[in-house]
Design a protein around this ligand. Structure first.
Ligand code: FES
Ligand SMILES: [Fe+2]
Length: 304
């Protein structure tokens, strides 16, 4: 749930067979929230007037409703939403217009050799950043490596800016960070990887609209960009470690420092774009294809 933006109460349940269900967390009687916190139950019971549901969302019973005709119907079940599993992450969709594969398949194909199931979440290496800027400015900045030589001196010393590339997919894109020096930490790519032979220090995948999957030889830094207000954004950096020995090395060594540098610039841009004299600028054909891609998708979805 994105508070104030996507205020949709949902719950995730696991039934006795182990199957997971993503359900509306709103009672079909008078709209109470069914489950308030994580719990272990055999069925779901609304606290307001006692309506019960199975863990798969199906209506079970309701007190004082014997006289109600044509009751219950399918409309009395909790709405079920689709669940899409990728590695160890679960995604859902509030509308059925776009299948999840359209967003994730290009990324997954490219890194199909990575053992995503073995990546371990490390809360102590994860944190939230609050930025005084619009969420889209944060994404715009992420989507070009153009600023690396200007803004990120440390990162620029390990990434080969001349060979930095951006590839566009339908609802995602990939920036490939190539290592500068021979002794830099890079992925040990299997021969069947389309990138075999390249010296890749980081795969920076962005999935429209607000997910960044940054793969490094040590694992994944997943960034979730959450709008909090027009000019305030929370970015959750979630760390998943795959190879402990490679932590704190290479392009993914000091994510906090890079983040501080990005925040500083993005917060300045937030002030700048409010100027009465600023409209918009042209894009660099070579260096801003990712940012342009983002703007195209925003326009596409806002015109729907
Ligand atoms: S709102 Fe849930 S039983 Fe009445
Ligand atoms: Fe940056």
């Amino acid at each position: 749930m994105l508070e104030h933006y996507i205020d949709e109460p949902l719950l995730l349940s696991r039934d006795k067979t182990g199957e997971l269900h993503c359900l509306s967390n709103v009672c079909t009687h008078r709209g109470n929230i069914v489950v308030e916190r994580a719990c272990k139950l055999n069925d779901l019971r609304c606290k307001y007037h006692g309506r019960r549901f199975n863990l798969n969302g199906d209506f079970v019973s309701m007190p004082e409703f014997k006289e109600v005709i044509d009751f219950p119907t399918a409309a009395d079940n909790l709405t079920t939403l689709p669940l899409h599993a990728i590695g160890k992450w679960l995604f859902t969709s509030l509308s059925h217009t776009h299948p999840a594969d359209a967003f994730f398949a290009d990324m997954l194909k490219r890194i199909e050799w990575m053992p995503l199931q073995d990546f371990r979440f490390r809360p102590e290496l994860s944190r939230d950043y609050v930025i005084e800027a619009n969420w889209a400015l944060y994404c715009e900045n992420y989507l070009e490596g153009f600023h690396i030589p200007f803004v990120h001196a440390g990162l620029n010393s390990v990434i080969d800016y001349g060979n930095y590339t951006t590839e566009l997919f339908r609802y995602s894109n990939l920036q490939l960070g190539i290592a500068k020096d021979d002794d830099e930490l890079v992925f040990d790519l299997p021969t069947h990887s389309p990138d075999h032979g390249k010296r890749i220090a980081g795969y920076y995948f962005w999935v429209f609209p607000n997910l960044m999957f940054n793969f490094y030889p040590w694992g994944l830094s997943l960034n979730v960009v959450k709008p909090m207000g027009v000019s305030r954004t929370k970015v959750s950096f979630l760390s998943y470690v795959w190879d402990e020995n490679k932590l704190r090395q290479g392009a993914g060594a000091d994510l906090h420092q890079v983040e501080m540098e990005d925040e500083d610039i993005v917060q300045h841009v937030q002030k700048g774009i409010r100027s009465r004299f600023y409209k918009h600028g042209r894009y660099s054909v070579k260096r801003e294809t990712g940012t342009h891609h983002f703007h195209q998708l925003l326009a596409e979805f806002m015109n729907k």
